[in-house]
Design a protein around this ligand. Structure first.
Ligand code: MG
Length: 443
């Protein structure tokens, strides 16, 4: 196909930050003053205006470190033709995650993996643009063996093999058309965290719960973990507005010890939380299992994944039933290649995936992934939602479309991650128009 002979000439990387901490958007028990940000990658091609756009989400300071890591990795992509990459995408993923000097500062975790995600996400965006399809459609149209060929099965073949993944995908082929239609019209169900930020005053929480009920939302998540009395107050207030027939999720963003998590959540059990998200360290597989067991009699399930470093960690969590909801993050894992690996394991082990979103561009990205999951893998929406936060969508050219609390399948080519030019102009750190003004006031 035309275009695949094009050669990558350079990767531009930008540090884009939004001053969300000024109004406590995104605040939780662990992150009191996040400035929603991202390392933004643009892939340039020789003799072509076509580009790929990808990002990885960050919280402000630290974005300069991730952009630096993208620079360090970019030599692996420069000079490659798109054929070189897409004909053996898993091979390229292996190359970028196994660079013998850079893997020392990972491997497959932390800053270097966030940088990998930004590059891989840009490559997936580019592939979808080349095919003139939204990413979810690129994925659903690819033959099963081609999708599977993008995944590196090293370290996970004890749970799912390449052959099994192909068989799983083959099973859904005849249902694809009908499910696609459903995603274009009705869309995929969402829950919202909008009323839940810890820094919001009670009146604001109340107002937002009502507003989102009116928009059709029936599942709400609130942040907990700073103060038990105020958590109880807020749970009560939110329940009063949303009623008992709707869903209330809770999220502690890693603040508790294992036993503390169990005790704290027992004190919130009367409000019937659907899940407790990130109750303790994101690396503590056995701790999560203990919490899941300790809370089972109260009907509270455990969700985690937004800071789960890689497919190997997800494998362990799911193998021993330490999580009930798998919350993949489109930027924490190393791009769509690794996310697909997690989806295959989740399907095999029968764990529902509810992607983490919000931040910058996460809603834009995960809608593609979850729609693919519905069409080609899970075939069900039972116990599955995509997180929704109304934050920073206006900066993207292909902004998300919500209809009655559902994500409607995107129609524009790509991974929905291209910023408007004006956004880069205003929010590039530290010299964008908005930052110049803010920083001048701080001096
Ligand atoms: Mg969370």
């Amino acid at each position: 196909m035309a275009g695949y002979g094009l050669v990558i000439t350079s990767l531009d990387v930008k540090d884009i930050r939004f001053p969300t901490s000024l109004e406590a958007h995104g605040s939780d028990a662990m992150h009191g003053d996040p400035d929603y940000s991202c390392a933004y990658v643009i892939i340039n091609l020789e003799n072509s205006d076509l580009k790929g756009y990808g990002l990885t989400f960050t919280l402000g300071r630290g974005t300069e470190v991730v952009t630096r890591a993208v620079h360090s990795l970019s030599y692996l992509a420069v000079g490659k033709s798109l054929n070189d990459i897409y004909n053996d995408f898993a091979g390229f993923w292996r190359v970028i995650t196994s660079e013998s000097q850079l893997r020392w500062i990972g491997p497959e975790k932390g800053v270097i993996h966030l940088a990998t995600a930004a590059i891989m996400n840009a490559l997936w965006d580019l592939w979808a643009r080349l095919e003139n399809k939204p990413l979810w459609k690129l994925l659903t149209d690819l033959p099963p063996d081609k999708i599977v060929s993008t995944v590196d099965f090293r370290y996970i073949s004890d749970v799912v093999t390449k052959e099994e993944a192909i068989r799983i995908l083959e099973k859904s082929q005849k249902m694809k058309k009908e499910r696609e239609e459903e995603m274009r019209i009705a869309g995929y169900p969402a829950y919202t965290t909008q009323p839940g930020w810890l820094g919001y005053k009670p009146e604001k929480v109340r107002e937002l719960c009502k507003a989102y009920m009116d928009k059709g939302f029936r599942a709400f998540k609130i942040k907990v973990g700073s103060d038990l009395d105020s958590d109880r107050e807020r749970c009560k207030m939110v329940r009063n507005i949303i009623g008992w027939e709707n869903i209330l999720m809770t999220d502690a963003n890693q603040v508790w010890d294992v036993e503390e998590a169990i005790e704290w959540m027992k004190n919130l059990a009367e409000f019937k939380p659907y899940w407790i998200e990130e109750p303790t360290s994101p690396d503590d597989v056995l701790g999560h299992k203990r919490i899941a067991e300790g809370l089972a009699e109260f009907g509270i399930k455990v969700a985690t994944g937004e800071m789960c470093s890689n497919r190997i960690m997800f494998k362990q969590f799911m193998q021993i039933n330490a999580l009930h909801f798998c919350q993949i993050d489109s930027c924490r894992l190393g791009g769509v290649n690794e996310i697909l690996a997690v989806y295959f394991m989740a399907k095999k082990l029968n764990v529902p995936v509810c992607p983490h979103a919000g931040g910058v561009g996460l809603c834009e990205m995960v809608q593609h992934l979850q729609i693919f999951d519905y069409i080609c893998l899970s075939g069900t929406k039972k116990d599955r939602y995509i997180e929704y936060v109304d934050q920073e969508h206006e900066h993207f050219e292909d902004t998300i479309v919500m209809r009655n609390a559902h994500y409607v399948a995107p129609t524009m080519p790509g991974y929905s991650t291209k910023f408007k030019e004006s956004t880069i102009h205003d929010y590039e750190y530290p010299n964008g128009n908005v930052w110049r003004k803010i920083l001048a006031q701080r001096i």
